[in-house]
Write a protein that binds this ligand. Structure first.
Ligand SMILES: Cc1cc2nc3c(=O)[nH]c(=O)nc-3n(C[C@H](O)[C@H](O)[C@H](O)COP(=O)(O)O)c2cc1C
Length: 171
């Protein structure tokens, strides 16, 4: 799939087939995460692929009872080993770095015929306890991954004119 087709075809999938993700595909997807850029090449990201169905059920409960989280054959916990470094621009490093890598996951999965959904609606502390994540490590986001049982929807987005200007801010 051409890059722009991948971008068009990525969507938030909230229904998954009961079909495992092949190990080779999972590794290819995680390799795409590994190659992501990060500020000062900090690579704070660490990823846990959860396939155990009991754990996925518990994650669904922790994720505001979003049932597709239990349905997806893989749930990726995107973690950060971080010293809370803040860049000169004032923005914290680790959520940006982890988010870039996680979107590589979403795009790589799409290119391989899989689907994903970002999951920000979850409680971090119980998720850390469930997955044995140390106290000083953050879980930044979860992501459901699997073969889709639903279809790509038209995207609801602002127009390019509303989000893009040249030379200066236009309010
Ligand atoms: C950081 C982040 C957190 C999100 N959290 C959730 C979530 O908890 N549950 C959910 O169903 N969708 C979640 N989404 C998906 C968004 O709702 C979705 O990306 C947006 O509505 C655009 O739709 P699309 O991804 O299908 O293009 C999240 C997306 C992002 C980027």
């Amino acid at each position: 799939m051409d890059f722009f087709d991948v971008v068009e075809n990525r969507y938030s999938c909230r229904a998954y087939l009961d079909r495992p993700v092949e190990e080779e595909k999972l590794e290819k997807i995680m390799e795409a995460a590994r190659l992501a850029p990060s500020a000062s090449n900090r690579q704070e990201w660490r990823f846990i692929a959860v396939t155990d169905s009991e754990k996925r059920k518990k994650l669904a409960a922790i994720a505001h009872d979003q049932q597709f989280v239990a349905e997806a054959p893989v749930v990726i916990a995107a973690c950060a080993v971080t010293d809370n470094h803040v860049m000169a621009c004032g923005q914290p490093c680790y959520p940006i770095n982890v988010a870039i890598a996680l979107e590589h996951v979403a795009l790589a999965a799409t290119a391989l015929g899989l689907a994903t959904c970002w999951i920000g609606a979850f409680k971090e502390e119980p998720a850390k306890k469930l997955l044995g994540v140390p106290a000083d490590v953050r879980i930044v986001e979860l992501m459901a991954l699997g073969y889709p049982a639903d279809k790509l929807r038209p995207k609801s987005r602002l127009s390019l004119d509303e989000i893009f200007t040249r030379q200066e801010w236009q309010g």
